[in-house]
Design a protein around this ligand. Structure first.
Ligand code: TXA
Ligand code: MG
Length: 345
């Protein structure tokens, strides 16, 4: 199948072009589009055949439920049984934005969307292009991250093209995604509010509005069983072997340089992702990721893909943060490192 790529400028939305994406979605096709978190691979959430094609295009296991995206907050009412007070508070304060809310699903949500669960995740994105596409579609849109299952999530249209060319009908190129990590997944379907996947909206952000929130820790770090079905699979993995390097206050340069030399002595090409600027280690490839966890997170997935395209065999990703936001960053990085974490300093 030919995959059409259409550019839409987020500062000057062309309604006609957004309409083309809407037509693909309405017609049962697959269309990838940008959101503020990562690119999503959309299909009409109420059309089981279209939704099943998402699983095929991604190579995604069937037991991993999808997030349903909406253009207007009110659309949630037909998709879930009941919108409780906590959900209303989150919608009011954080929507549109990078948090998905899980509630008991209504009967119109097909089983393949919820992967057989009695709940469904709903998200209203803030990205202007996502909003325009969803509005044009006129239906709720199921959209996982638009990567091949297991690979880093796409944060620019080129990443989507790499993974999805010939497999889907259309890619809407709306530039790069500002957050760069997937949404916080917040389960409000039970008595307790639980973060199943940490994201840009943290427990600390939520608690003033909905009271105690549990979870939101880095399950990849503490060995806990992943809470969201999708978090148990191999994730965010580039071809290279990734190591998360946690550094403390003291100078880590000498230790890291030694690690890197050992790999290079084995004939391996080594890349470093760093929160301080300057390749003083003699790495073969080097990317400065920015000095805050927000900036680092926004570049993480694209840096992992970049290191693959540069042919690195090993990637050391150096982290020196312990703020709330870094929980989500660590969660993704540790998964891409398949648990390989080194502590220095
Ligand atoms: O930022 C995002 O959330 C992006 C953009 C495109 O919106 N989407 C995204 O979708 O990350 P996906 O499918 O890659 O990840 C959805 C995660 C999975 O870990 C899945 O298991 C979990 O959310 N999830 C979805 N519905 C759920 C449910 N009813 N109960 C528990 N976990 C759920
Ligand atoms: Mg994903």
């Amino acid at each position: 199948m030919e995959t059409k790529v259409i550019k839409i400028d987020e500062n000057n939305i062309d309604a006609e072009l957004a309409g083309k994406a809407g037509e693909v979605l309405k017609g049962g096709g697959l269309c990838a589009f940008p959101t503020e978190t990562v690119y999503g691979l959309g299909a009409n959430a109420l059309d089981p055949k279209a939704v099943s094609n998402i699983f095929k295009a991604k190579g995604r296991p069937n037991d991993n439920p999808l997030i349903v995206h909406i253009a207007e907050a009110e659309q949630i009412y037909e998709l879930v049984c009941e919108v409780n007070e906590r959900a209303k508070a989150v919608m009011k304060h954080f929507w549109p934005g990078p948090v998905s809310i899980i509630l008991k699903k209504s009967d119109i949500i097909p089983t393949c969307v919820s992967a057989g669960l009695d709940t469904v995740a709903i998200r209203m994105p803030s990205h202007p292009v996502a909003r325009a596409v969803l509005k044009a579609a006129g239906v709720p849109v199921a959209a996982p991250s638009a990567n091949t299952s297991g690979k880093p999530s796409p944060t620019v249209a080129d990443h989507v093209f790499e993974d999805m060319n010939t497999k889907i009908d259309m890619i809407i190129d709306g530039g790069s995604c500002s957050v760069g990590l997937e949404s916080t997944v917040l389960d409000l379907s039970g008595e307790q509010s639980v973060i199943l996947r940490p994201g840009a909206v943290t427990a600390k952000d939520l608690e003033p509005y909905i009271g105690a929130v549990i979870g939101g820790k880095n399950d990849a770090e503490d060995g806990e069983t992943p809470k969201a079905p999708g978090m148990k699979y191999k994730h965010y993995a580039p071809k290279a072997e990734v190591y998360a390097v946690e550094v403390g206050e003291s100078d880590y340069t000498a230790d890291l340089t030694e690690l890197l030399r050992e790999k290079q002595a084995e004939g391996k090409k080594v890349g470093i992702l760093d929160f301080k600027s300057g390749n003083t280690y003699g790495a073969d490839e080097y990317i400065f990721m920015g000095s805050t966890s927000e900036k680092y997170a926004s570049k993480l997935f694209s840096a992992l893909r970049k290191m693959d395209s540069l042919g690195t065999d090993v990637i050391y990703a150096v982290l020196g943060f312990d703020d709330d936001y870094s929980t989500a960053l660590r969660n993704r990085l540790y998964k891409s490192a398949a648990g390989r974490v080194i502590y220095i300093g």
